[in-house]
Design a binder for this molecule. Structure first.
Ligand code: BEZ
Ligand code: CA
Length: 532
């Protein structure tokens, strides 16, 4: 190595060292700390701690392709940026399997001064393109520096559960590690820290968003938590309802196939009944149940009087659906599943996909039982799960996974904001659980006014898991969060549109407010609605 190169690398090392020791100084230095900038290509030379940078390359403006599953869908036009990929804690783990926290970061040339951690999904295990695409347009295109990661293992199934460290990384640790490394890379590249840091994710990613606001209170200024799986490893709604559906499902190869428990027409009948009983509760028959909390329906109304036709459902089907909606108790009468709201999304493909269709991990039949219902056990059979005794076995995983803390003093004091959303028809993580948690959060943080000054919940009628449903599910929470954090302008409503109702826009209101028609003007126009 020539002397000049050695000196150059020494300089880069110094830069990173300065960046890494910056946190303590930041409290005492007024004005932003400046670091020597490191060129994109030179970031790869930063081999530090247990971080290996695999590549750092300039990307011209143009389409970005996913390295993950949904390549075609995720292809977007990105602005010119620096792409950095790397791995933290690379190692060989249990079963001689390679592990590591793989990450990808995209640093746009036209940077807006903000950092965004894009949360994962499912059991993680893939590195999605770091474009900041969760809800709304990709954040990278808006000038955010974005990071994504695989949470410490590769592969979207539960088999990483055999490796203690892989579990820990998935449960909570990788989010902290990647936060620290991403912020340091960002500081090295731009020569300064981000002005503001955000986290946005849905489902598992929504859990991660809540997790970082609860466990890394000073690292993030704002988080968007969509349909959060914040009680993963704790809640039994999924298992309770899937057991009810398994009970009535026809057997295929000796196993219940819940996809065949209801025809599409059966589910449309149920959605139709719910709409008939509840659409007008908000004062307007428009295909949207804004007053879903008041919606109560007797599914038994649909039971066939004689032979099953496509105009009615069987008693067994009705009972299974009531088990889903009503939740249930163990044999001693202790409540173990809160159930789900009656809402219109049940007739939609996304509901079936999540609740009934047996496709690998996205599997209503056996919701990740080997990971969340017991200490890791690849042979675990959820049919043998004993609702009286076995919830105790969930404590080890649940206590590390759960993201339902209400202690927010440090997060609040530094101005942090939490924007939560969910579909009222989410069949995975029950909106009832989320609302109960939100009530607890608000109560523990000074009541309605003070609580809502930093945490707001938006419930989208008809929307299933993260998107889809009979819903206006196309909204953009990130700018609303940024305005709240940076301009102290709390989101009084989010404006939304969606393909089931072409040409329509509506407000989504901060819970417990609901959208109401003002009484005049087009019912397709959000301006003619208000939050009450
Ligand atoms: C999800 O991220 O979509 C997910 C995670 C765990 C269980 C079910 C869904
Ligand atoms: Ca209505």
């Amino acid at each position: 190595m020539g002397t000049r190169i050695v000196i150059r690398y020494l300089l880069i090392g110094l830069t990173v060292l300065t960046a890494f020791t910056a946190t303590a100084q930041e409290a005492t230095v007024s004005g932003p700390v400046q670091y020597p900038k490191v060129h994109c290509g030179d970031l790869a030379a930063l081999q530090f701690w247990s971080v290996e940078i695999a590549q750092s390359v300039e990307q011209p403006a143009g389409p970005v392709k996913s390295s993950g599953k949904s390549t075609a869908q995720l292809a977007i036009e990105a602005p010119a940026h620096c792409l950095v990929t790397g791995v933290i804690d690379k190692r060989i783990g249990i079963g001689n399997r390679p592990y590591g926290i793989h990450f990808e970061m995209r640093l746009p040339d036209n940077w807006n001064g903000r950092f965004l951690f894009q949360g994962g999904g499912g059991l993680n295990g893939i590195v999605s393109p770091a474009i900041g695409s969760v809800k709304g347009p990709p954040a990278l295109s808006r000038g955010f520096a974005v990071v994504t990661q695989d949470a410490g293992h590769q592969g979207t199934d539960a088999s990483f559960g055999e490796d203690q460290k892989a579990r820990i990384d998935m449960e909570y640790r990788s989010y902290e590690q990647v936060t620290i490394i991403a912020k340091r890379l960002l500081a090295a590249y731009y020569g300064k820290n981000a002005d503001h840091s955000y986290f946005m994710g849905c489902s598992e990613g929504g859990r991660e968003a809540l997790l970082v606001s609860q466990r890394l209170p000073l690292e993030y200024d704002g988080v968007v938590a969509g349909d959060p799986g914040f009680l993963l490893g704790v809640d039994l709604n999924g298992e309770w309802s899937s057991r009810a559906f398994r009970k009535i499902a026809p057997l295929v190869d000796g196993k219940p196939d819940t996809d065949r428990a209801f025809t599409d027409q059966d589910l449309k009948l149920v959605a139709g009944l719910i709409l008939k009983r509840c659409d007008a509760l908000d004062g307007l028959e428009d295909g949207i149940i804004d007053n879903w909390p008041a919606c109560q329906v007797k599914i038994s109304e649909l039971i066939c009087k004689s032979a099953k036709t496509d105009k009615c459902i069987s008693k067994a089907q009705a009972d299974a659906l009531e088990a889903y909606y009503q939740g249930g108790s163990d044999s001693k009468g202790r409540r173990i599943a809160s159930g789900y709201p009656y809402d219109s999304g049940i007739g939609q493909p996304n509901w079936r996909q999540w609740k009934l269709r047996n496709n690998g991990m996205r599997n209503g039949v056996s919701p990740l039982q080997g990971l969340f219902l017991s200490p890791y056990d690849p042979n675990f059979d959820s049919d043998n799960f004993d609702f009286d005794k076995d919830p105790l076995r969930m404590v080890e995983t649940g206590s590390l996974y759960r993201a339902d803390a209400v202690s927010y003093s440090s997060f609040k004091a530094h101005g942090g904001k939490v924007l939560i959303y969910t579909g009222a028809s989410d069949p995975v993580f029950s909106p009832k659980d989320l609302i109960a948690y939100y009530a607890r959060l608000i109560a523990a943080n000074g009541g309605t006014q003070e609580g809502q000054s930093f945490a707001r919940l938006f419930v989208v009628p008809g929307m299933t898991h993260c998107r889809g449903g009979l819903a206006l599910d196309d909204f953009d929470p990130l700018p609303a969060l940024v305005a709240w954090v940076e301009k102290n302008a709390p989101p009084e409503k989010l404006i939304t549109t969606g393909s089931p109702f072409p040409g329509r826009s509506r407000p989504i209101c901060p819970y417990p407010q609901q959208s109401r028609y003002k009484g005049t003007g087009s019912i397709e126009d959000a301006d003619n609605f208000e939050c009450r």
